[in-house]
Design a protein around this ligand. Structure first.
Ligand code: HAM
Length: 421
C-alpha cells in the first residue's frame, strides 16, 4: 500500500514532465493567439455546485464523484470537471461586469471514480475553454477552431470532429416525448442503466455502449429533426461557419454528451487509434447553466481536452519532442578540500544564468566524467588541489575533448563565449 499509489492515479515522472510542459506550452501559445485568459479554480467545490450544474441523473454525479464531508461537516467534492466551477467563479467575481464575452482557459487535474484503463484514469488532466456571454454560432465555431488549431499545432491531423444539436428547453421536451414513445415497448430489453434512463434522461440511451441498447436504438428519432426554429438556425449557422473555415465535420445525430447542462451545439473530437477511449475533446453550449447557478441568464460554451489522451496520441504517432536534460557546465571537485571553491564556482555560474551542476557523491575523477556525459554536459570544470592553489580551473570541452587551464575569474566569461560559438 505504502509503495503503490491509488488505482487510477499516475505519477508523472521526471522523464515525462518535459512532454507535459511541451503540451502545456502549446496550450498557452494557442490560447494567447485566440485571446483567451487563464483561470485557476480550486480542485474542490461544494458538492451542490456539481449536483445542480452537471445534473443529478448523470453518470458523473450518480457514480463517479469523490465526495466527502470535511471537518466542518460540509459536503465537498473533488471537481469531476471544471465548467460548473468556472461559472461559479464568473458569478462570484462578477466577471460579467468586464468586457464581454469572457474568454477563459484552464489546465488542471479532474477526479472521477471511473473504471481505469488505458486513457481513462481517476485523476486526469484537462485543458478546457469556457466562453461566457456570447450567444451566436460564431463563438461555437471559434472554440472548435481553437481545438483544431491546438491538435494541428502538435502535429495531430488525423482527427474526426462530430457535431450535433441537443436543442433547448423549448424543443427538447417534444423530442424527449418522441424518444420515449420510440423506446416505450423496448424498455424490458434495455440494460439496467437504460431502463432507469427511460424516465429520467431518455436521450442518454442513445449514448449507451451496451450492444443490445445500440441495436434497440437503431431508427430512433433524431434531435436535429425536432429542433425549434432558433436551434435550427443556430446549427445551420455553425455548419456554415465551419465549412467557411475549412474545418471538416460529421453530423452525428446520436451524439449525446454525458453532462446535462448542454443546449444547442454538442461536439466531440475523436482520435480513432486510441481505441475505446478515442474521445480527445468534448464540449458544447450551455445556455442555461449560469442561470441554474444563480446568475442572470447568460449564454456559455466550452470544451475540455484530456491531456493524457493527447499524450497517448502523440506517443502513438511518434510526435513527442526530444527533451534534453543537458547542462552547460558540470563542476568536478577533486578531493574534499576543493569542495568549497567548487561550490562557489557553481553559484557564480548559476548567477550568470548558466545551467550548472556539480558532483555531490564524492565520485572519483573517472566516475565524475562518466556522470557528466550522462546529461550530457557541454563543459566540465575540474578543480583539483593544484588548481585550487593556483586559483585556476581545468576546463574541458566535452564535445571536442580539448582542455585548458584557465584563471578561475575567467570561467563565466569563457563559458558564455564558448556557448555563443
Ligand atoms: P467530458 O466529455 O466529460 O467533458 O470530458 C472532456 C474530455 O476529458 C474527454 O473527451 C476526455 O478526453 C477527457 N476525460 C474525461 N474523463 C476522463 C478520464 N476518466 N480519464 C482521462 N481522460 C478523461 C467535460 O468535462 C466538460 N466539462 C467539457 C466542457 C467544457 N463542456 C463545456 N465546457
Amino acid at each position: 500500500m505504502l509503495t503503490t499509489g491509488p488505482r487510477g492515479t499516475k505519477d508523472i515522472l521526471p522523464d515525462s514532465c518535459g512532454y507535459w510542459q511541451y503540451v502545456e506550452q502549446t496550450i498557452r501559445e494557442v490560447c494567447r493567439s485566440f485571446a483567451y485568459q487563464e483561470i485557476r479554480t480550486p480542485v474542490f467545490e461544494h458538492t451542490e455546485l456539481f449536483l445542480r450544474g452537471i445534473g443529478e441523473t448523470t453518470d458523473i454525479v450518480e457514480k463517479e464523484m469523490y465526495t466527502f464531508a470535511d471537518r466542518g461537516k460540509r459536503s465537498i467534492t473533488l471537481r469531476p470537471e471544471n465548467t460548473a466551477a468556472v461559472v461559479r467563479a464568473y458569478l462570484e467575481h462578477k466577471l460579467y461586469a468586464g468586457p464581454q464575452p469572457t474568454k477563459l482557459f484552464y489546465i488542471g487535474p479532474m477526479f472521477r471514480y471511473d473504471r481505469p484503463q488505458a486513457g481513462r484514469y481517476r485523476q486526469f488532466h484537462q485543458f478546457g475553454i469556457e466562453v461566457l456571454g456570447a450567444k451566436g454560432p460564431a463563438v461555437d465555431a471559434e472554440i472548435i477552431s481553437l481545438a483544431v488549431r491546438f491538435f494541428n499545432k502538435l502535429g495531430l491531423n488525423d482527427l474526426k470532429l462530430f457535431i450535433n444539436s441537443v436543442g433547448c428547453p423549448e424543443c427538447r421536451p417534444v423530442y424527449r416525448a418522441k424518444l420515449q414513445e420510440f423506446f416505450r415497448d423496448k424498455v424490458p430489453n434495455l440494460c439496467a442503466d437504460c431502463q432507469s434512463r427511460f424516465d429520467r434522461n431518455p436521450m442518454r440511451i442513445l449514448d449507451c455502449k451496451n450492444e443490445t441498447c445500440t441495436t434497440h436504438s437503431q431508427g430512433a428519432p433524431h434531435m436535429v429533426d425536432c429542433l425549434c426554429e432558433e436551434c435550427t438556425s443556430h446549427f445551420n449557422g455553425l455548419k456554415e461557419l465551419l465549412t467557411a473555415a475549412g474545418i471538416n465535420f460529421v453530423t452525428n445525430p446520436r451524439l449525446v454528451r454525458g453532462l446535462d447542462y448542454y443546449t444547442k451545439t454538442a461536439f466531440e473530437i475523436q482520435y480513432a487509434p486510441l481505441g475505446a477511449q478515442s474521445a480527445v475533446c468534448g464540449g458544447g453550449r450551455y445556455d442555461g447553466l449560469v442561470a441554474e447557478c444563480g446568475g442572470q441568464p447568460t449564454p456559455g460554451i466550452g470544451f475540455a481536452i484530456g491531456i493524457e489522451r493527447v499524450l497517448l496520441a502523440l506517443e502513438k504517432q511518434a510526435l513527442l519532442p526530444v527533451i534534453t536534460s543537458a547542462v552547460d557546465v558540470f563542476v568536478a571537485p577533486l578531493g574534499i578540500k576543493t569542495q568549497a571553491a567548487a561550490f562557489k564556482l557553481l553559484t557564480e555560474l548559476r548567477q550568470a544564468g548558466i545551467t550548472a551542476d556539480m558532483d555531490f557523491m564524492d565520485r572519483s575523477l573517472k566516475a565524475q566524467m562518466k556522470y557528466a556525459n550522462k546529461y550530457p554536459a557541454k563543459f566540465v570544470a575540474l578543480i583539483g588541489e593544484d588548481e585550487l592553489e593556483q586559483d585556476k580551473v581545468m576546463l574541458k570541452n566535452m564535445e571536442t575533448g580539448s582542455q585548458e587551464l584557465i584563471n578561475r575569474a575567467e570561467l563565466v566569461h569563457m563559458i558564455t563565449e564558448g556557448m555563443e560559438k
